[in-house]
Design a protein around this ligand. Structure first.
Ligand code: SOE
Length: 380
């Protein structure tokens, strides 16, 4: 196995999720010719990065990302920092001729995303964005079912991502764990953070969006900034709902909020076709619900497919345990790394590339513009 030396920038929640994936892949996908090696991790705080490197097994650490990008012993850079740093780092990585794996959303806005997509394409470097939910086996199975044409003509796509962690006005904006509330670091609120997941999956399963009509709300309009200690206006959207037309003629309905009391990460999707429907819920991520109108009437009804068959019927599951033994959230990242490595070997791109993820970024910009202007916005 050839080594693929990883340089990770950022050691928060996603740094852990991605590192776990790099570590698991060689054990569970031994047929792959490339093996991720935890070569270096970078974060601004020396104490934090030293602890992270020791705990997760990185060979070395840096406190300046420029140094990590310049190192000759790094093949691929994983960008796991707040959104406002994605562009600058990704451009530098591309210029250094290295592979780049970027946390979602791709950028702060579509203009930045377009610049990043052009940069990696010009440099000819492998690139990918971490929209991990595509690689939950039940969601991948949904893709196979749709591509087989089993739903028939698709009429409706419905999706939501609900949370409740920012209801208290005491939650600060900015800083280590709460940069997602600071518009200068995040670019937007739930639109870029949560709806971006829903949109990426929707485009993958159901094709491009044609136009959008959206509303957003900011329920808490001032919060203390964790870095300055001062109370500052909140610039992000706390909630966003939008409807859209897809290019295939179906109608879409999407909702996301951090104010749905009782919900922590309630990502759901449902697709209704002329012949069959499917639905999926992150709370029960190993199940795909399926209804087929062609079934005999006596037995017709929603069935809950436990996506655990390991005989090749259910995506990725032949790599894991035994039928009926399910997997979870972290496996979606393992699968994404495995697909990236397989694509490298086979000499093709691994979706979502920066170019693919730019479509989601364009949709997010259109959604925010529509909410601001209170009218439909076409997606170019
Ligand atoms: C926000 O709470 C968050 O962690 C997102 O940033 C992730 O992308 C999502 O998968 C779970 O929720």
């Amino acid at each position: 196995m050839t080594a693929l030396n990883i340089g990770l920038i950022g050691c928060g929640f996603m740094g852990r999720a991605h590192t776990n994936a790099y570590k698991r892949v060689p054990d569970f996908f031994p047929e792959l010719g490339r093996r991720p090696v935890l070569q270096a991790v970078c974060a601004r705080s020396e104490a934090d990065v030293r602890r992270f490197a020791g705990q997760w097994g990185y060979a070395s650490f840096e406190t300046d990302w420029h140094k990590l990008v310049a190192r000759r012993d790094i093949d691929a850079v994983d960008v796991c920092v707040p959104n406002n740093l994605h562009r600058e780092i990704a451009l530098a990585v591309a210029q250094a001729g290295k592979m780049v794996l970027c946390e979602k959303p791709l950028a702060m806005n579509a203009a930045q995303g377009a610049e990043m997509a052009e940069a990696v394409e010009k440099a000819g470097v492998a690139n990918m964005v971490w929209f991990n939910y595509r690689r939950v086996p039940a969601v991948t199975l949904a893709k196979h079912i749709i591509d087989d044409g089993r739903l028939g003509r698709i009429y409706h796509y419905r999706s939501s991502f609900l949370q409740d962690w920012t209801i208290s006005a005491d939650v600060p904006q900015g800083g280590h764990a709460t940069w997602r509330l600071d518009v200068a670091a995040a670019g937007s609120g739930v639109t870029g953070d949560l709806l971006a997941h829903c949109i990426d999956t929707a485009i993958w399963l159901n094709g491009d969006l044609r136009d959008v009509s959206a509303m957003t709300e900011t329920f808490v309009t001032e919060r203390v900034h964790a870095e300055t200690g001062a109370k500052q206006p909140v610039g992000i959207d706390d909630a966003c709902a939008f409807m859209c037309h897809f290019a295939n003629g179906s109608l879409g309905l999407f909702e996301s909020t951090r104010y749905a009391r009782g919900h922590k990460a309630a990502y759901t999707l449902e697709i209704n076709g002329a012949e069959a429907s499917i639905r999926w819920d992150l709370h029960d991520l190993h199940r795909l619900e399926y209804f087929d109108h062609r079934d005999r009437a006596e037995v017709r009804g929603w069935r809950s497919v436990h996506v655990t068959d390991n005989g090749g019927e259910h995506p990725y599951m032949d790599k894991w345990w035994a039928p009926d033994l399910q997997n979870g959230y972290e496996h979606s990242f393992v699968h994404q790394v495995a697909d990236f490595l397989a694509a490298l070997e086979e000499g093709h791109a691994c979706s979502p590339t920066f170019r693919d993820a730019l479509k989601t970024q364009v949709a997010c910009d259109a959604i925010l513009a529509s909410a601001e202007r209170r009218r439909w916005v076409e997606i170019g």
